[in-house]
Structures are given as C-alpha cells and as structure tokens.
Design a protein around this ligand. Structure first.
Ligand code: PEP
Ligand code: MG
Length: 756
C-alpha cells in the first residue's frame, strides 16, 4: 500500500467516527484505537487541556483507571513539553530524554519508544496525541504525519465539542509563552491597550477530511493560479507595500508562489484524504517544524513570508477574503500588520481601534498621517512581530517608548496603567489650554491650525481650540471610497466641513492622490511604471491631466463655499504655470456658476503648497498671484535630501533638523518677508515640539498640525521668546558642524521646556 493510501485509510476511519452520533468521549476512545492499530502501537493516548492542566482523556494501552486522573502541567514531562513548545517528539527511548517523567498510575514503564504531536487549536496547543511502543524504535516520518493529521482532526472535534478550556491568552505556545516585548519605531506617539487582531486574519479550518479528493485538488489548483496572478500583479504595481523592503519581499513571495515542491507537497497531503485547507495547513505545520530545527534568523524571516503566502492561499481557497475590518472589531483592538495602506486603516471602526503595530512603516507614510489624524498610536518597524503575537493576545502599546508588551504580567499591566493615567493627566493640562490663545512670551500671536481630512476631524477644532483647518486633505474622501466620489458627494462633504468650522477658516487642498495614496479606480497604465511614485504622476500633475477630476472638484468646492470665503490650495506645484493651469480650471467653473446664477463664494483665496524644492527658486514669480503659501515639509524634506519619506531604511537621513532643511526654510521665510502673502507650514514637522521651536526661530508664525499636537505646541509657544530663539537659530545655522537637535534640546531644557 502506498503511504498516501494508508494515510487515507486512517482518515476514512476517523471521518466515520467524527460523522457518527457518538458523544465526544466515545469518539476520543475510538480515535485512540484507530491510531494505535494503524501505527501498530500498544499505546495511544489523548491529553487535553483542562483547567490549565493536560489531562489524560482517552487511552488504549495505559491503565484505563488513569483516564481523567493523570494530569500534568504544560511543560511537565514529555507530553507537557510537546504542548509547551508545540513540537513533535519522536524518541526510540523515552527515558533517555531529559524531560521524561514517570507516572506510576499509567503503567507505562514497559514502553520504550515514544512519539507525540501537539493538538493545536487557534495556534495554541490544547493537548497532545501520544503513541508508545514496547520495542525501542523511532517512528517513521509517514507515521508521524499520520499522527499530525489525526491531531488536526482532533482539533476540529475539540472545537465542536467544547472539550477544552476556553482558549486564553498565555496558556501554552511555542515562543508564545509569557510576556514578550517587541521594540520598534514610534510613528505616532501615545499609549494604548487592547487585544491583538491581525489585519489579515488566519483562516479557521472547518473541515479536515475531504469528501471528494479530486474536487479538493481542483480547488487548490485554482487557488494557486489566483495567488500567482495576485503576486504578479503586485510586482507590476509600484505602490505595493507602501515603501519598505517590498522588493525583497515580493521576490520571496514569487519564489514561493512558483515553488513546485510546495504545491507538490500540498497535493500529496490531499492524496492522503485532506481537504485543500487542511492540506495547506498540514504542509505549513511541517515546514514550521523544520524551520524551528534549523534556527537561522535569515530563514526565519523567509518563513514569515511563506506564512504570509500560505495564509493568502488559505484565504483564497476558503473564500475568506476580507480583512479584519470587514469582520468588524469586537473589543478594544491593537491591529497587527506587516504594512497598511491609508484606505485600509480607514476601514476600521475608530471607536474600537486603539493602536497599530506594523512590521514596516515610516514617519510620514500616509497611513501614519491618517493614524495620527485619528489619534491612534502606531509602532512601526516591529521586526518579527507576527511570530511573537497571536490573535487575541493582550497587548500594551507604548509608542512613546517605542515598545509593545505582549501578554503582560499583572505587574507590567499595573505599571502601564500608572503611566497611562499620567499621560491622561498631561493631556488634561493641554486640554485646559483649549481656550487660551497661543501668544509667545514676547506677545506675538502664533496661528495654530489643524490638519484634517475626514468629516469627523472637524470636531477637533472645537476640542483643541485651534484657529482653523490649515490643511484639509480632500483625497481622504477618495481613499475611503471604492469608486470615484461623485461631485455631489464632494460638495456635501465640503459644505459640512465649512459649516462645522463656522467662522474659522478652512484651507482645502485639491486632491493629492498617487504616490503612496494610490486609488485603484484611478489607475493609469503609466502609473504602474512609476519607479518612485512620490516623484511620479501624483497630486496636481495627475489632476491637470485628468482635468475632469479637477473640474468636478473645483465646482464642488465653489458651490460648497457659496456665501463663505473659499481657501483653496494646490499640492506639488513645482513651476508657476501649474498653478496658473489649476487656477484656470477654477476660473472656468466660477464663470459657469455665475451664468447659472448660483451663490458664489464671498471671496476666493488661492494658495500653493511649497513642497517641491524647485518652486522656491521661482517663488517671486508666483507670489503676486497667491494669498498664501503652505510649506509641506513631509515632501519637501524627502525631495531635498533625496530620502524617500516612506522608506524606513532612510529614517535617519530624513532629518527635519538637518542644516540643509533649516537653511532652506530660512531662505524661504526671507524671500517671502514683506510680501502680501501668508506663510505657514503644514507638514508633520510643525507638530513636534523641538522642530516647532526651530520653525519659530526661523520666522514661521502659522502652523497647521495634527490635532493631538495642538495642546503641546500651544504650551511650547507660550514659553518662547522669539528674539531669543531667532538669535540662537541664526547662530547655530552659521556653524555647519553644530548638532542642531542637541542645541535645541539644551536651549529648551534651560528654559524649562519639555521637548519630548
Ligand atoms: C507635506 O508634504 O508636507 C504635506 C503636508 O502633504 P502630504 O503629507 O499629504 O503629502
Ligand atoms: Mg505633500
């Protein structure tokens, strides 16, 4: 008989037992008989986790009186070791293993060989399946695989019959035990606690044994085809992965997706009688085991990629395609992902989503900007994260310290609560500044506005007492829609925002899509060729070519602002003609509305973002046409330093406090001085205390920042003497070797200014 045929025979018998009307205990008793016979073993036993202990539930060959009597802790003896490490043991001589412990009530002294596999449910070991034999022999690979397959069937039975403890965090697990601390980069500061939820959830396998092997094979073939197609598409889409090491990852994905060995092994598992899902999982279990034995960090990284891909294959085959957002969040959640797009993040329920941990990510990636706008702390670059955390684990996210604690002990949780309370106190102090106008110590009024992009964000105006919305990112509406938002829908949003803002000004920025803000419905074949999307076909460049898009937005803005002042700003202007062309679209729409006798805006103020360095060189040509300029330091910095804002490997180079950035900004302030144009800054830089201090010293008097930063920045402003910081900045900038961060910190400390 072939290996597959004998495995299939066991499965067929197991299937019969599972389908029978026997009660759960009867089924377990039948299973130990089937497996014991098939593997020619005197002993076969099932241990299950109950009340935190592994309890003997069924046996053939050991004393029956030991059933429900013999119990051991996870980690105790060979069985406990299997459960603790989620590992398979295959020993010719059980007594020779250091973890062996003898249990006299079982009568097991006469058995020499021992093999056992964990029973895994929702990635946790909930029991073990053991065979023992009188002769000292190692079981063959095929026998071990039969055990592993049986364990999968058992986990299905266990799940249905509720035989085990409610699966709790921290019960058992391989490297999944106890508290783990993950370090990363603080992308959005803050503290949060919740349960881990994977953005791409693991698929639950509901049926292990196949009814029709050929049908299962076809399902896997189709799933492989689809997966390969997806991977090939990703490779041709420049925006995949939002920066980071995506190329490397893609290469690995491709390698695995086309790996003949992988698909062959899955096919063999199907031959043995498993469903497509169970076969994929089965092969994955085997690979995990092998990898664990190899213990090589480089391979471990690759293993994550393979896990990703196997999970993708499982999702395709099972039709469970949605992300965790589509299933809805049930509790306070810390979201776990390799990376996310801004639109994906926005799909989550804002009340339940408390924090995000990414394996990749960078400070100014748009997903991070969105999270900041939502007030959700984000920890990025948390390497190896998905190997350490499981769905449902308790997670304490301390993005201030750049750490996340998984499965915290009570002591750690208490300390975290104390810190949490302290930050809330600090926030309360900032909240008290809501109605306090931000005057510097020397009496200059600084404008502090907020960045926004969603309808709900407008409430932050009242909450923070900010002076207005200095940047309304209109593309957020485009990012959250599955299709291009209709003009009427745009009009409604803009009108709502203006109404909610009341007397306070709102600066609408026309769409900035493209780059890491790609939307599927606006794809252009050429966009796929963008090797560097942030320098590619995006923002105004795209809007001017898709004129219909800009025309619709212009009309929507003009109509929405009927009777109000409309402030409109164009992104990524690199030469004056682009501004002229964009303004012409607005003029044309204004004419149209005039002829239709519509209510027109009381005034229209046009502005440009200064984020492409070339514009600074020709600013004098543009200024006469502008009411305001807003410096977008997020993009400006990446272009000046040629350091991709989304690439975490360049995080150190992407430095807002570098001499070159600050000198450039100072020159802009000087060029604008004395002209009839309002200058402000709306990049993330302005929301950070040390950087804001530098900007004040350079002469910036208008900031548009993330709402959470309004309190801290107001508090800073009130402690600053402008003449002092201006003189200091000028001094530092004239000596190129000065470490500006260090100087600013010293300066702040001396004046009792907290710079964190
Ligand atoms: C910027 O580039 O600084 C900016 C504010 O725009 P965005 O981050 O949306 O590109
Ligand atoms: Mg920008």
């Amino acid at each position: 008989m072939t290996a597959a045929a004998s495995a299939r025979q066991i499965l067929v018998r197991l299937h019969e037992v599972m389908a029978s009307r026997m009660h759960a205990q009867g089924k377990l008793d039948a299973v130990v008989d089937i497996v014991g016979e098939a593997l020619d073993s005197e002993v076969c036993s099932i241990y299950l986790l109950r009340e935190g202990m592994l309890e003997l539930y069924a046996t053939r060959g050991l004393n029956k009186s030991a059933v429900h009597v013999t119990r051991m802790a996870v980690g105790e003896g060979l069985t406990g070791t299997i459960a603790q490490n989620i590992e398979t043991l295959n020993l010719a001589e059980a007594k020779a293993h250091p973890d062996f412990e003898y249990r006299p009530e079982t009568g097991e002294e006469k058995f020499h060989s021992f093999a056992g596999v964990p029973i895994v449910y929702r990635e946790r070991a909930v029991g073990a399946l053991i065979v023992q034999h009188v002769d000292p022999r190692r079981y063959e690979d095929i026998e071990i695989e039969a055990l592993q397959t049986t364990a999968m069937v058992l986990s299905e039975l266990i799940a249905n019959a509720e035989l085990i403890d409610e699966v709790e965090a921290g019960s058992t697990g391989d490297g999944h035990n106890g508290t783990q601390v993950v370090n990363g980069l603080a992308l959005v500061k803050g503290l949060a606690a919740g349960q881990a939820v994977f953005h791409q959830p693991r698929v639950e396998i509901v049926q292990v044994v196949a009814d029709d092997i050929e049908a299962e094979r076809q399902r896997v073939y189709r799933a492989f085809d689809k997966m390969r197609e997806q991977i090939d598409n990703m490779a041709s889409q420049a925006e995949f992965g939002v920066g980071g090491e995506h190329e490397e990852v893609l290469e690995t994905y491709k390698m695995f997706a086309y790996d003949e060995g992988w698909s062959r092994r899955i096919n063999e598992a199907i031959d043995s009688g498993l469903t497509a899902e169970a076969a994929i999982e089965r092969v994955q279990q085997r690979t995990r085991m092998r990898m664990r034995e190899i213990d090589d960090p480089l391979l471990a990284d690759r293993m994550h990629d393979l896990e990703d891909l196997a999970n993708r294959l499982l999702r395709i085959v099972s039709g469970q395609l949605g992300t965790a957002a589509s299933q809805g969040l049930r509790r306070d959640t810390i979201l776990i992902a390799r990376n996310l797009g801004p639109a994906e993040l926005l799909e989550y329920d804002r009340r339940r989503l408390k924090g995000v941990i990414l394996e990749e990510g960078s400070l100014t990636a748009h997903v991070v900007i969105v999270a900041r706008a939502m007030g959700i702390p984000v920890l990025g670059r948390a390497r190896g994260l998905r190997g350490l955390v499981r769905e449902g684990d308790e997670v304490l996210l301390d993005a201030d310290a750049g750490t996340a604690t998984i499965r915290p002990s009570q002591q750690i949780a208490d300390a975290f609560d104390t810190r949490f309370a302290r930050t809330r106190e600090k926030q309360a102090v900032y909240a008290e500044l809501r109605d306090v106008e931000p005057f510097t110590r020397c009496g200059t009024r600084i404008q502090v506005m907020i960045n926004a992009g969603l309808r709900d964000d407008v409430s932050a105006l009242a909450m923070t007492g900010a002076d207005g919305i200095g940047l309304f990112r209109t593309e957020f509406q485009f990012l959250v829609s599955a299709t291009l938002p209709q003009r009427e829908k745009q009009t409604r949003l803009y009108r709502d925002v203006l109404e909610a803002a009341g007397d306070k000004p709102v600066i609408f920025r026309t769409v900035d899509i493209g780059g890491d803000k790609a939307v599927p419905y606006l794809r252009d074949e050429d966009a796929a060729l963008d090797e560097n999307p942030s320098m590619g076909w995006r923002a105004l460049r795209l809007a001017l070519e898709r004129e219909g898009l800009l025309r619709a937005q212009a009309r929507a803005l003009l109509e929405a602002a009927g009777g109000h002042t409309l402030n409109v700003m164009f992104p990524m202007v690199s030469e004056p003609w682009e501004f002229d062309a964009a303004k012409a679209v607005f003029d044309e729409q204004l004419q149209y509305l005039k002829t239709r006798k519509k209510v027109l805006p009381e005034a229209i103020r046009y502005g440009a973002m200064l984020e492409v360095p070339s514009l600074a060189e020709v600013l004098d040509l543009l200024i006469p046409k502008l009411s305001f300029i807003s410096v977008g330091t997020n993009d400006l910095t990446q272009f000046l330093l040629a350091a991709d804002r989304a690439n975490p490997k360049l995080a150190v180079r992407y430095d807002w406090l570098s001499h070159s950035i600050l000198r450039f900004l100072r020159r802009v302030v000087q060029n604008v001085a004395g002209q009839e144009v309002d200058l402000g800054v709306c990049g993330e830089m302005g929301g950070r205390r040390l950087e804001a201090l530098a900007l004040l010293g350079l002469g910036f008097r208008r900031f548009s920042i993330t709402p959470a930063a309004v309190g801290p920045i107001k508090e800073l402003i009130r402690k600053v003497e402008l003449e002092e910081i201006t003189a200091a900045m000028n001094g530092w900038l004239s000596s190129p070797t000065v470490d500006l961060r260090h100087e600013l910190q010293e300066w702040a400390s001396e004046r009792d200014i907290d710079f964190e």
